[in-house]
Design a protein around this ligand. Sequence first.
Ligand code: FAD
Ligand code: SIN
Length: 538
Amino acid sequence: MEDKFCFDVLVIGSGGAGLTLAIKLASLKIRVAVLSKFALTACSTYYAQGGISAVFDAEDSLESHLNDTLDSGAGLCNSEIVKLTVQHGKDSIDWLRKQGVLFTEEHTASGETKLHLNLEGGHSHRRVVHTDDATGKAVSLSLIQRAQKNPNIELFENHNVVDLITESTTHGKRCVGAYIFNSSKQRVETFSAKVVALATGGASKAYLYSTNPQSSTGDGMAVAWRAGCRVSNLEFMQFHPTCLYHPAGHSFLISEAVRGEGGHLILPDGRTFMHRYDERAELAPRDIVARAIDHEMKKRGIECVYLDISHRPAPFIREHFPTIYQQCLEFDIDITQQPIPVVPAAHYTCGGVLTDSFARTDIENLYAVGEVACTGLHGANRMASNSLLECLVFAERASEDIKQKLRQLTTPKNLPLWDESKVSDSDEEVVVSHNWNELRHFMWDYVGIVRTDKRLHRAMNRVELLQKEIAEYYQNFRVTSDLLELRSLVVVAELIIRCAQQRKESRGLHYTLDYPETDNSQSPKNTILTPKNYSVLE
Ligand code: FAD
Ligand code: SIN
């Protein structure tokens, strides 16, 4: 193993969670490596639009943020975790401003300058701090710039985690590094670290239509599961209600903030419909809005519904939503004049690797931060703009814990190198592309917004077939990025289906025609899956 791959902390992921953690650790003189599967900006964080929730408005309160989050989470949020998170909203925004993020401000009548706050679904106050409608880009670019300038951080683009390396301990397992596929050099490298943090984002790419970039293939969840971590609540896959419906639109998101500023959802004949589903209408939590759209589309056999903000003055629309305005215009949709065709798409993975309030997983020295984790904040449905907040708060919590821990740890030595002696180059890459397509189609059709036992059963049958085929392929051929992603997706698809099969009720984002009611006869339970131990070292 080369010394150049030995670090105090290995952070896998360069989104909001990974870079925040790295910058905080590096400020304590800790040597950190940050890996990114593709370019540093190829992450969900970069594409975030609406903003980051935090209590700034004089009329708002931490209690109200807490209650709205609990309400959106449909009885499954961990209230201690919610409390801890909302309490750190303001500090997190202040920290980002110190890193150079410029948030949108407004001038009050008395000449004061303050942060402009968006309103989004589920929030009973304006509390979403933002940079126009491209908050993620502002956050991502500032953090990347900070990380690039920090001598304690080394950034590795095009580095894809294959598996974690663990050792047995008297109590269980400890993480000592990871096998990493360097896709520029087409070889697997061995990284050793005293601590490893997964910050690999979500798994929305398990679905045919998704608002997420290519990186969201659930790799962190899959490697953690294979190494022996429990996962939780993966049945709660969030579908964003309003993704642009256009053949060339590549699932471009139309921010919830458009509805916050008065945007109406309408049918092709111009009638509104959300008031029939919830008294909060367009500003109901996401699960309700996405399900209502899905229902209307299926009932009427229509391909999309429309989001109309054209009743607001054109300069207001252009000023508040410059990115959305411009992007739609490129598809010949002038949102100041006409409604936007929209459909729901897979957007956010509420479940993930089970962690405690310091982002610690079941494996010693292994942390999970951001969308990859299940902290208990989101329960059965994440409230809009609580995700970036979670990334920031739990990166801070993890950095505090890692700082204490590192003093007692030594650098792991002599990790086994990657063995390629029994594999050759693939002669049939069509297997990978075919299975990718198949998986995303059946996840969309059978494990989507509305589920049934039969659909879940059908999906599981297909997953089992794919798993055999992919395992065989993986054993015989050299790894490629596509193969690694497919190998993750098939694990995560199985975990999503298994979680969904265990929940015999409808709650939050999990809706099944076989159990359409929420079971209030007992206190709500999280779904927790425990893996068989099949770590790569054992
Ligand atoms: P990401 O930002 O997705 O970063 C994951 C990182 O892990 C990437 O660098 C990726 O390359 C890397 N990675 C993945 N797999 C591997 C691997 N195998 N090996 C090495 N590296 C790997 N949330 C809000 O709170 N407010 C919003 O306004 C908002 N808007 C959104 C808009 C869109 C279009 C999308 C897609 C999401 C939005 N969200 C929003 C959700 C939020 O952006 C994400 O949940 C959050 O950014 C996740 O951050 P993260 O750091 O956990 O993961
Ligand atoms: C949006 O801007 O609608 C996305 C917000 C989020 O996912 O939290």
